[in-house]
Design a protein around this ligand. Structure first.
Ligand code: GLU
Length: 304
């Protein structure tokens, strides 16, 4: 039996000694106010045991981590047709770059760069009756937790400064890869990014990707094949243009967000979430990455 609690307590302690914690994202003004000293880590294993350390129960903005959850919901709704509108290759570019989108005729490289996530948002806006309410319900159901909700201040803050996302959405529209109007789709996208969760809630939501499509209550959301595809995308595209580095250091499929959260998982074994708001220059949580490297090294458990 792996001593998860001992390992994560040691990781929390080690992070306190680090002086360079990275820089909190400031391009979304509301995120700039977060205390860089926060650090949390949580493990949920396949037997549904929970282990917490540090600020693991404090909520934060999940930002791009939401892109995996919108992908899961839209994949369940439209199936393999989804890949006609979004590709599955790493971009090697920052999450908000537009150059490839134009070169590749409006088909985003993958669902986790912003342009790809905006296409997924468009699919949900087309297929859900009340998109914002229904998506939130999906997450509340996955986690069995109705306290999870949007932070409307963060959504508004991003709307006011979301110039690049407006540019991406207009470009997608010009290539015929956006069926709804730009404002409606971006309103949904900014809200999905503004969802607040803590590390424990994140591991609970991502349990389906660790557990072959089934949530903790045994309800089935995705086929084994769909889980394979989503986990493969997390491994190859989950960390902006640092996906190779994350696979090299940590060796798990996962996803980061500019709120400083990281979720990662070892299929059939555990989900692990970290939160440390300071980012490195590629936009990933600096201490979160270091903590997960220490975690897979100490447990000896990665997909490799
Ligand atoms: N809402 C953010 C944006 O679109 C998400 C970025 C991220 O977490 O990577 O810029």
């Amino acid at each position: 039996m792996i001593q998860y609690q001992k390992i994560i307590d040691k990781i929390s302690e080690d992070t306190k000694k680090v002086t360079d914690k990275g820089v909190v994202a400031s391009y979304i003004p509301e995120l700039a106010t977060i205390n860089v000293d926060k650090f949390g880590i949580h493990i949920l294993d396949a037997e549904k045991n929970n282990f917490s350390s540090g600020d693991a129960l404090e909520k934060f903005s999940i930002q791009s981590i939401s892109k995996v959850l919108t992908l899961a919901l839209s994949f369940g709704l439209v199936g393999e047709d989804l890949w006609k509108r979004v590709d599955v290759e790493p971009s090697g570019d920052p999450f908000n770059h537009l150059s490839l989108l134009e070169l590749e005729n409006g088909i985003p490289r993958n669902p986790f760069i912003n342009a790809g996530a905006i296409v997924i948002a468009d699919i949900l806006v087309s297929h859900l009756k009340n998109p914002k309410e229904d998506f939130l319900k999906f997450i509340q159901e996955l986690t069995n937790d109705t306290t999870i909700t949007y932070n409307r201040k963060v959504a508004l803050s991003e709307k006011i400064t979301g110039y690049k996302n407006y540019a991406a959405a207009h470009l997608l529209k010009s290539y015929g890869n956006l069926n709804n109007d730009v404002d409606t789709v971006l309103d949904f996208y900014f809200h999905q990014c503004s969802i607040e969760m803590n590390c424990k809630q994140l591991t609970s939501a991502f349990f389906i990707f660790m557990n072959r499509g089934k949530c903790q209550r045994g309800k089935n959301y995705l086929s084994i094949n769909q889980v394979k595809r989503i986990n493969a995308l997390m491994l190859t595209c989950g960390f902006y243009d640092e996906a190779g580095e994350f696979a090299f250091e940590v060796g798990l499929p996962g996803k980061s967000g500019v709120g400083g959260g990281i979720i990662a998982l070892l299929p059939n074994t555990y989900c692990v979430a970290t939160w440390s708001p300071g980012l490195n220059f590629k936009g990933n949580s600096k201490l979160g990455m270091a903590a997960l490297e220490e975690f897979t090294t100490k447990t000896g458990h990665s997909i490799f």
